[in-house]
Design a protein around this ligand. Sequence first.
Ligand code: FAD
Ligand code: UDP
Length: 368
Amino acid sequence: MEYNYLIVGSGLYGAVFAHEMTKIGRKCLVIDKRTHIGGNVFTENIEGINVHRYGAHIFHTSNKLIWDYVNSFVEFNRFTNSPIANYKGELYNLPFNMNTFYQLWKVKTPEEARGKIKEQCEKYAHILHPKNLEEQALVLGGEDIYEKLIKGYTEKQWGRPANQIPAFIIKRLPFRFTFDNNYFNDTYQGIPIGGYTKLIEKLLAGIEVRTGINYFDQRNTFDNLSEKVVFTGKIDEFFAYSYGKLEYRSLYFEHQLLDIQDFQGNAVINYTDSQTPYTRILEHKHFEFGTQEKTYITREYPHEYSIDNEPYYPINDELNQNILKKYQKLKHTFPKVIFGGRLAEYKYYDMHQVIANALEKAKKERYE
Ligand code: FAD
Ligand code: UDP
């Protein structure tokens, strides 16, 4: 066979796996149906600004091994994500912290804030095991926070009522009683200087990559080229939707180059009301403390997923998890295929988790 591995998808999973295998002398071919490498972390330089083409990507991890790994390819800056929420023209700090509580209720000390939140949550104290995002949010922060900062954003983002969305999703956001606007609790955080595409290019250096190629258009040909296949696309598509379609949430990105220096003074502003059709506006230069004369912004509109757009988020509710389990049981019928990444595992993974999984899989493959 011509290759040891055919890798379907040049996102972080595919690129890290390909890099590790190439390092030990295995021959890889990476294909991607998009016209560029990098999957969703792809960045493109426009007017000197590294534009996050598929939404804001902030690298964060508490795993030193992963942090050292990515830093061995590119240098990271000290960007700390501190988004602002705009609710009907009122501005609040995120994540939920003492600044937010002061802006909401004028409470000035952690004790006052705890007292206020206790009062706000009293009605929901009987909910011991929150069954969905709405219950989880009300139990955590009470009514004001839920109504102003969570409900509108969440229902736009997921296209369904908050009581039909898994509870774990809101637990991604820190809730703290210090004046700390850092959106993540992780030890390490930053953005690759020069953009994520640079990181992917380094990972894929010296590896054969073909873009603009859909695996499913020439599946047999590709399968016959390599001993093993690493698949990072949609798991339901891999199995020809034999147990039905998994649901995904998509996005539509509206990009704009503006002839002004600064549009919003922050990398990310969330619009948490239900009327504004987009969830966030990104201003890309702020990810790298840019001082360019122009600025580039992106409005992020949540969108129904269809075959014509990208499956950005898995919807991990019970219905979809049950379908997923059936597909997972079919995996053993394809012993030469490795399934990895956000789409093939149908998991709401962040970048560091995808890298950790790819490294672990690569380690196991060494001894195969
Ligand atoms: P992908 O990047 O999706 O790569 C899969 C690749 O496979 C794609 O390029 C696709 O074109 C290709 N492919 C699929 N099917 C085929 C086929 N049939 N033939 C050929 N190629 C195919 N994570 C963070 O840590 N921090 C963040 O701030 C953050 N922000 C995010 C914001 C948004 C809007 C989104 C959607 C995700 C965000 N993430 C963030 C998550 C991050 O994007 C993922 O964890 C990571 O990019 C997943 O890498 P992957 O390789 O699994 O998948
Ligand atoms: N969320 C919210 N209000 C916000 C930001 C986030 O209610 O201002 C909720 C929403 O349900 C979202 C989830 O928290 O889907 C996770 O947010 P995160 O910023 O992690 O989403 P991602 O960046 O992955 O789209």
